[in-house]
Design a protein around this ligand. Structure first.
Ligand SMILES: NC(=O)c1ccc[n+]([C@@H]2O[C@H](COP(=O)([O-])OP(=O)(O)OC[C@H]3O[C@@H](n4cnc5c(N)ncnc54)[C@H](O)[C@@H]3O)[C@@H](O)[C@H]2O)c1
Length: 326
C-alpha cells in the first residue's frame, strides 16, 4: 500500500462469517457438553461421598513420621498423643522448650535412644532460619516427614485500634507467615518422593467474622486460602500424590490463657481438645481436604455465606459468639 493511502476494509467474506458462526456453535456445544459432564460428575461425587462416609477408606499412620508444630500444649500436644497411639513417630516442635519436651516424654513413656518414638525440637516457626535448620536436622535424623501438621498459633483479642502493632505483627507471623516457611522447607522433599500430607489448623474464624479478633481472623482466612491455593497448584500435575487437610475447629476448651479471650453464648457447645484432635486425625487418614469440628459447622457457615447479609447478621447476633476484649 502506498504511503498515505487509506486501507478500506471490505465487508467480511461469506467464508469468514460462516467460520465465525460455526466457531460460535462449536463453543456453545463445548460449554453445554462440559456443563453436562460437570453435572454428572457432581452427582457422582455426591454419591461417592455418601458411600465413603458409610464405608470409609482410611490410610494407616503406623510408622509414619509426623511433625506437629505447637506440640508443647493444647491441641498440638493432644494430636501428638493420639497420633502416637496410631503407631506414628512424632517430631514435636514448639517455641516452648519445656512444654515440647514434656509432650515427647509423655509419648515415649521412659523409652530412650532407638526405642524412642517421639523427638522434640525447640523452634520458633515464625523464623525462617530456624525452620530451615529444623527441616535439615529432622530430615537428617528421620529421613523424611510423611505428615506435616502446622498447628502453632497465638491469639490476642481486642478491638483493632487497641491491638498493639507488635500483637498484630506477631499474630500474622506465627499464625500465617510461619505456614509459608514450614511448607517451603518441607514441601521440596515431599515433591521429590511425590508423597506426603500437609495439614493446617485454621479456625471457624476463617469462615465467619467476629469482633475483637480482626488480626486473628485475617490470619485464619489467610491460612485457609494458602492451603486451598497450594493444593490447586499441585493438582495441576495429574499424578500429584501430596494431600492437604485444613482443620477448622470451633472454640476449644483450651488453656486458660486462651479461654479468657472469649465468652461464648452460642447454641453450639464449646468442643473439647480430644474431640478436635481425633476429628483432625480421622480427616488425615481419610485424605479429607476440609474438616470442621463440629461437622455441622460447615453447613452453618456455608449458609451464612449464602443468605442475605442482614439475616446473616441476625443469626450471628442470635447465637452471639462474643469475643472479649482482654
Ligand atoms: N483455642 C481455640 O479455641 C481454637 C479455636 C480454633 C482454632 N484454634 C487454633 O488451634 C491451634 C492450637 O490452639 P491451642 O488452643 O492448642 O493453643 P495453645 O496456646 O494451647 O497452644 C499453642 C502452642 O503453640 C506454641 N507456639 C506459639 N508460638 C509459637 C511459635 N512462634 N513457634 C512455635 N510454637 C509456637 C505455644 O508455645 C503453644 O504450645 C492454633 O493454631 C489456634 O489458632 C484454637
Amino acid at each position: 500500500m502506498e504511503p498515505g493511502q487509506r486501507h478500506v476494509k471490505g465487508p467480511a467474506s461469506p467464508t469468514d462469517e460462516e467460520e465465525a458462526s460455526s466457531n460460535f456453535i462449536m463453543n456453545c456445544l463445548q460449554i453445554i457438553t462440559k456443563t453436562l459432564v460437570g453435572i454428572i460428575y457432581s452427582i457422582y461425587s455426591i454419591i461417592h461421598l455418601a458411600y465413603i462416609t458409610i464405608y470409609p477408606v482410611e490410610k494407616s499412620l503406623k510408622n509414619k513420621v509426623i511433625l506437629v508444630t505447637g506440640a508443647g500444649r493444647g491441641l498440638g500436644r493432644e494430636m501428638s498423643l493420639q497420633l502416637a497411639k496410631e503407631g506414628a513417630m512424632l517430631v514435636c516442635v514448639d517455641i516452648n522448650a519445656d512444654g515440647v519436651k514434656e509432650t515427647a516424654d509423655m509419648i515415649n513413656g521412659g523409652r530412650t535412644g532407638k526405642d524412642a518414638v517421639a523427638d522434640h525440637y525447640t523452634t520458633n516457626v515464625a523464623e525462617p532460619n530456624q525452620v530451615n535448620e529444623l527441616a535439615r536436622t529432622v530430615e537428617e535424623k528421620w529421613g523424611k516427614v510423611d505428615v506435616l501438621i502446622n498447628n502453632a498459633g497465638i491469639v490476642a483479642s481486642a478491638p483493632l485500634m487497641e491491638n498493639t502493632d507488635e500483637q498484630i505483627k506477631r499474630m500474622i507471623d506465627v499464625n500465617l507467615v510461619s505456614h509459608f516457611w514450614m511448607v517451603r522447607a518441607f514441601l521440596p522433599a515431599m515433591k521429590k518422593r511425590n508423597e506426603g500430607h500437609i495439614v493446617a489448623t485454621s479456625s471457624v474464624a476463617a469462615f465467619t467474622c467476629a469482633a475483637n479478633i480482626v488480626p486473628y481472623a485475617a490470619t485464619k482466612y489467610g491460612v485457609t486460602g494458602l492451603m486451598a491455593s497450594l493444593r490447586e497448584e499441585l493438582r495441576v500435575n495429574p499424578s500429584n500424590n501430596i494431600k492437604f487437610t485444613t482443620v477448622h475447629p470451633f472454640f476449644l476448651d483450651s488453656a486458660p490463657i486462651n479461654v479468657k479471650h472469649w465468652e461464648v453464648k452460642s447454641a453450639l457447645p464449646i468442643i473439647s481438645i480430644p474431640q478436635v484432635a481425633s476429628a483432625a486425625i480421622r480427616a488425615i487418614k481419610r485424605d479429607e481436604v476440609i474438616v470442621t469440628v463440629p461437622e455441622i459447622l460447615r453447613l452453618l457457615m456455608t449458609m451464612l455465606w449464602i443468605i442475605p447479609q442482614k439475616s446473616a447478621d441476625f443469626w450471628r447476633d442470635t447465637f452471639n459468639t462474643k469475643i472479649n476484649n482482654v
